[in-house]
Design a protein around this ligand. Structure first.
Ligand code: DER
Length: 230
């Protein structure tokens, strides 16, 4: 099947977990957008949900398709977040941030009682790190922050180029006004140790290691969709 079909199947499986009246966190990326499209159909048929979008991009799609939106200020406790991932590793550890929305995605996921990840089978990995790890950094002191990231990586035996994410020849700027450093470590054997070390760097706003956040993943493959537990 083509990739889009797989994303739609994973999204449809997650939709089955959404019940009337739920307060949702709505993810970012092409798979999450298939979920928004399916959710919008249910809303058209009288389903009542409200959602907190994890990016301006997702917000625009929800507005266009009629999915009712709210904010975390008005709705600080969410029932369920549905989002994609760039990599899904052991214990449903995730690398996220390929779409640049990792800060709002993690804030929304952390405010939710449950998090379901939807993905095609290509996202499943034995060890995280093949996908460059997105690290959201404050623009102030960027070079010092990059040095600090290199330092903690070296201490953890991780090596690999760091790149400031660009878009159309300029530095990519997130919805939150920050920059993103993509770290190509290749393999991250101990994601928890790296997450803790990155969290201690003042200039690091957030990173794309989502650990102990996802409860279930719906993975679409050739034989259909399978549910993977944490
Ligand atoms: O940026 C993100 O975290 C997205 O969820 C991304 O990781 C998945 O995007 P995709 O569904 O388009 O692969």
């Amino acid at each position: 099947e083509d990739m889009r079909e797989l994303k739609i199947e994973a999204a449809r499986a997650a939709l089955g977990q959404v019940t009337d009246g739920m307060r949702l966190g709505i993810g970012t990326g092409s798979t999450a957008e298939e979920f928004v499209r399916l959710l919008a159909e249910r809303v058209e048929n009288g389903f009542s949900v409200i959602g907190v979008p994890t990016s301006e991009r997702t917000a625009r799609l929800c507005l266009e398709l009629g999915v009712p939106l709210t904010t975390l200020d008005d709705t600080p406790a969410l029932d369920l977040t549905i989002d994609g991932a760039d990599e899904i590793g052991p214990g449903l550890s995730l690398v996220k941030g390929g779409g640049g929305a990792l800060l709002r995605e993690k804030i929304v996921a952390a405010a939710s009682a449950r998090m379901i990840v939807i993905a095609d089978k290509s996202k499943m990995v034995e060890t995280l790190g093949q996908f460059p790890l997105p690290i959201e950094v404050n623009a102030f002191g960027l070079r010092a922050t990059v040095l600090a990231i290199e330092g903690v990586a070296r201490e953890l035996g991780l090596k690999g180029p760091l790149a400031i994410r660009e878009k159309a020849g300029e530095s990519f700027v997130t919805d939150g006004g920050h920059l993103i450093v993509d770290a190509s470590f290749g393999r991250i054997p101990d994601p928890r140790a790296l997450a803790n070390a990155l969290n201690a760097i003042p200039g690091v706003v957030e990173h794309g290691l989502f650990l102990d956040l996802a409860d279930t993943a719906y993975i679409a493959g050739d034989g259909g969709v399978r549910a993977v537990g944490a």
